[in-house]
Write a protein of this length. Structure first.
Length: 477
């Protein structure tokens, strides 16, 4: 009887140790502020400890932890921005614009009043509300807690020396399926937020007006001033998304046109000058509405539209028809008149430049597509297993597959793969799939010939049970 009890005890310990191996340890530290409830404090501690466990699991899966958290926090900031703006409105945090005299660090349009923006003082109530809202959303964002299918709090305490500092120690079991989903959600567009160059191609035209009518003596200088200010504004708005902003001239416009014509020719290669770039076509019209010589007033209307194109794909990224606006100015000195028109023209599209920046931020700049020819496939089930195998193995590249066609009679199929990254990295990944198992007793043979990708399914037994075999051909086109 004693022997049985001892054996049972040993088995129980062994099973307990085996179960514990599925758990990862995570620690968290949080410095609380006065008035924060214990439930809120515990929520923050669990968030920090969960992040530590996720890092360990990503490392074991050979996935890029830094890339994941960079994208995660970038998405969080986008989500939190409107909340922050709403708090500023609620607490009346409004910056003030004050005139400046002889300021060497203030740049303005010629003739415009020199001003600078003074940030509004931040009240303690605003800062407290901002911190609380940020931490609350951060601990819930992306349903990050769902990554842990279960967890145990081993210890929770606060520092004896600093009583506002709390610590937690947990054991958590990771739901890999949920972590895979979260990782793919935030990293599938690898490097999608960085373009090399934004080319700004502006066109400013007059209707019922001549340039001297608005005080402009040298047209090229007038356009350069407005374009340069646009370039500075756009570059600041797109910081972290675009490396350079370039105002185009005649010769550059010709090369852009040639690149567009070549993009429709099969086998053509994009001009290296435009690799990883976009072009913004900004067209504006200044139309005279009325001119009163007695009261010395000029009323003019500005209309315009924006057209943003990805130079790699020649696809439209953003388009806006900007509602027209009327402006009135006094017919005074030429310099004052031209400065007034330049200032209004400069400000006119800024709201839509901001919307364009948001669109660029979410656009797939580096998404490529390749077609895989699959040979000797015996079932649709095996093809979907292959698709899933490619997506899971290539998660760090943000791969997403789609079965386009399958002919059962010939065993040939086409898989379309979207790549969030460079083609060179995909080629390396594709070659590493050679002789890998899709499932037990089903391996791959891969080959690349002149950027043509082939995969042969090598069976060592009967294929997986076929669920779709009533038709000779399956198509998802």
């Amino acid at each position: 009887m004693k022997i049985k009890i001892i054996l049972f005890a040993l088995l129980f310990v062994a099973l307990g140790a085996q179960g514990k191996n599925n758990f990862l340890r995570g620690k968290g530290r949080y410095a609380s502020h006065e008035g924060e409830k214990l439930t809120f404090i515990k929520q923050q501690l669990l968030y920090v400890a969960t992040k530590e466990i996720i890092d360990q699991e990503l490392a074991s899966m050979k996935l890029d932890s830094k890339l994941f958290w960079d994208r995660y926090h970038m998405s969080f900031q986008e989500r939190f921005a409107p909340i922050e703006e709403a708090l500023k409105v609620k607490f009346k945090i409004v910056p003030s614009v004050v005139p400046v005299t002889n300021s060497v660090d203030t740049v303005t349009l010629p003739g415009a009043e020199q001003t600078k923006v003074l940030e509004a003082p931040l009240s303690p109530k605003y800062l407290k509300a901002l911190r609380y809202k940020r931490l609350l959303l951060q601990s819930r964002f992306g349903s990050i807690r769902k990554v842990l299918s279960s967890f145990v709090v081993k210890r929770m305490s606060h520092s004896s020396k600093f009583t506002h500092v709390y610590h937690i120690d947990i054991l958590g079991k990771v739901n890999r399926k949920q972590l895979n989903r979260l990782y793919r959600q935030f990293t599938r567009l690898e490097s999608s937020h960085l373009y090399k160059t934004l080319f700004v191609r502006s066109d400013i035209r007059l209707v019922n007006l001549a340039w001297p009518d608005i005080g402009v003596e040298v047209v090229s200088e007038f356009k350069k001033v407005v374009n340069d200010y646009w370039a500075v504004w756009v570059k600041n708005k797109l910081e972290g998304m675009v490396e350079n902003v370039v105002i185009t001239d005649g010769s550059l416009n010709m090369r852009l046109d040639d690149n567009y014509k070549q993009s429709g020719v099969p086998g053509s290669v994009i001009n290296p000058e435009f690799e990883g770039g976009m072009v913004l076509k900004a067209s504006f019209t200044i139309r005279k509405e009325s001119k009163n010589l007695i009261f010395k007033k000029l009323v003019y209307r500005i209309t315009g539209h924006l057209n943003l194109v990805n130079l790699k794909t020649q696809k439209l990224v953003y388009f806006a028809d900007i509602p027209s606006m009327n402006f009135s100015t006094e017919l005074g000195g030429l310099h004052e008149l031209s400065s007034n028109v330049a200032t209004n023209l400069y400000k006119f599209p800024l709201t839509y430049f901001g919307k364009m920046a948001q669109k660029i931020h979410s656009h797939d700049s580096n998404i490529l597509e390749v077609s895989l020819l699959v040979l000797d496939a015996r079932s649709v089930t095996d093809l979907f297993l292959l698709k899933k195998h490619i997506e899971n193995s290539g998660m760090a590249l943000g791969l997403a597959g789609e079965l386009k066609t399958y002919k059962i009679s010939s065993g040939m199929a086409e898989l379309q793969i979207r790549i969030g990254g460079s083609l060179e990295r995909f080629n390396t990944f594709f070659n590493e799939l050679n002789y890998k198992e899709v499932r037990p007793k089903l391996k791959l043979e891969t080959s690349i010939n002149d950027q043509s990708y082939e995969m042969k399914l090598v069976y060592q037994e009967e294929p997986a049970t076929e669920a779709l075999s009533t038709k000779d051909e399956v198509s998802h086109e």
